[in-house]
Ligand binder design. Structure first.
Ligand code: UGA
Length: 462
């Protein structure tokens, strides 16, 4: 099919790249001319494992191209994916101005019927507004518009694998034509007729995705309901970790056993610094805003958000308790991205921690395998020193903070780090290392919800 993708961020690039790779003809566009120039030169503006190969192959096969001219992309397509940002406003509501702009562009440029697909995360009822805007601004008689909602569930860091092996594809439509077109778009994924760029012929045995057809309002709600539930789960695990600290229990044992119940499931129960990134925090805020506006009491979700906001404070308390005086102490920080395998630092707890340590007068050296350049911009005006080598970060430090659970950090030579530090103190904000191993090496080691096995009831000193 001839597809346009408007917005070349994480969602747009993965959607456009993968659909081109899977055999459709895709034209992708963005208002950021610099971004388009980069993409035209074969460079990706983001780090996402597997995406480079996908984009390169799709481009070489002539099935993916980039243009700064949105009208050109719109004219060249039958279906248009809207993948623009919906950042939070001060009020917590999603800012839908980019969607509104795109609707006007599509309405003005179209000369033939179009299926307009919301891929960006939007609050329920946006589809109806989008349909209205397209109808109002469209040239009468020349083009007709059908709106569909097709929420994206991919995770940064595993986005390409998620795209090719989704557990569900949700399409919110009105009418059989839109459903038929969306089935056609996802046919390669539904029938498994693509050569997987990630697993090289050895894809894990997973069930075929469920293709779920719903109303547009349900599809919009499904996306917010999913992300909010993930946030609830994480905050729940974090409160359990707080209890474990006070009771001398181990949160890993508790959540592992709890997660073995298939009604609960093992994922998203890792305690630590809490959730960040550009999706969960903002989607929860937008969902809360929507619920409150409709008079629906959703304090349950509000509480999950509050628990999450406290995680960084709790971590900093642990650092202060362990270091005693923070001012003028050299502190190393490993991990700035909001999670591993991405260079995304938006709403990253790690960035917040180093910023606040710096503000308290610590001498902060920080590293990340791929997010240093982005962090440099975000940390402008602070004294945080960024260095690529984690061993340089540890050298001479009086405390080492683990802020993102990159595999590289798990595999460091911890004996060497022990020898290099001024004081062998590690605070693990992601529970990524073995407490017993770290203590055997000689570290003073603190994490979340994992006090000493035989400790008496403790009052949160871990
Ligand atoms: C999230 C959802 O997982 C995707 O399904 C969704 O498509 C996406 O938002 C989106 O709306 O676009 P993402 O933001 O990429 O994906 O990251 P997650 O893997 O969900 O992680 C979010 C945060 O939760 C990270 O900071 C991570 O460190 C934290 N987390 C995750 C925990 O603290 N504990 C856990 O057990 C799991």
């Amino acid at each position: 099919m001839r597809l346009a993708v408007i917005g070349c961020g994480y969602v747009g690039l993965v959607t456009g790249g993968c659909l081109g790779y899977a055999g459709h003809e895709v034209v992708a566009t963005d208002v950021d001319a610099g971004r388009i120039a980069m993409l035209q030169a074969g460079k990706l503006p983001i780090y996402e494992p597997g995406l480079e190969v996908v984009v390169e192959k799709a481009t070489k096969a002539g099935r993916l191209r980039f243009t700064g001219d949105a009208a050109e992309a719109i004219l060249a397509s039958d279906a248009i994916f809207i993948c623009v940002g919906t950042p939070p406003l001060e009020s917590g509501a999603a800012d839908l101005s980019a969607i509104d702009n795109v609707a006007r562009q599509i309405a003005a440029a179209s000369r033939s019927p179009k299926l307009v697909i919301e891929k960006s995360t939007v609050p329920a009822q946006t589809g109806a507004q989008l349909q209205r805007a397209l109808d109002v601004y469209g040239r009468r008689g020349e083009a007709t518009f059908r709106v569909a909602s097709n929420p994206e569930f991919l995770r940064e860091g595993t986005a390409v694998a998620d795209f090719f092996h989704p557990d569900r594809i949700v399409v919110g439509v009105e009418g059989a034509d839109a459903e038929r077109q969306l089935r056609e778009i996802y046919k390669p994924i539904l029938e498994g007729t693509f050569s997987c760029p990630i697993h090289d012929g050895h894809c894990p045995a997973v069930a075929a995705p469920v293709f779920m057809v719903t109303t547009i309002a349900s599809a919009e709600l499904i996306k917010h309901a999913s992300n909010s539930f993930l946030g609830l789960k994480i905050s729940y695990a974090n409160v359990i970790a707080d209890l474990c600290e006070r009771l001398g229990a181990n949160v890993e044992e508790v959540t592992r056993a709890v997660g073995l119940d298939p009604r609960i499931g093992p994922q998203f129960l890792s305690a630590g610094l809490g959730f960040g990134g550009f999706c969960l925090p903002k989607d929860i805020q937008a969902f809360l805003h929507l619920a409150e506006g409709l008079g629906v009491n959703f304090r349950l979700l509000r509480e999950a958000e509050i628990v999450n906001q406290r995680r960084v404070d709790q971590f900093l308390d642990k650092v202060r308790r362990a270091l005693w005086v923070v001012k003028d102490k050299q502190v190393g920080a490993l991990g700035l991205a909001f999670k591993p395998n991405t260079d995304d630092i938006r709403f990253a707890p790690g960035i917040e921690v180093v910023r606040r340590m710096d503000a308290e007068g610590a001498i902060v050296c920080a590293s990340d395998p791929v997010a240093i350049e982005r962090a440099r911009l975000a940390l402008q005006g602070t004294g945080v020193k960024l260095m690529p080598d984690p061993y340089d970060v540890a050298r001479g430090a009086e405390a080492l903070l683990l802020l993102t659970e990159w595999r590289e950090y798990r595999d460091l030579d911890w004996e060497r780090i022990h020898a290099q530090m001024a004081r062998p103190l590690v605070l693990d904000g992601r529970n990524m290392l073995s407490r017993d191993k770290m203590r055997a090496i000689g570290f003073e080691y603190h994490s979340f919800g994992r006090p000493d096995v035989h400790s008496k009831v403790s009052l949160g000193s871990h």
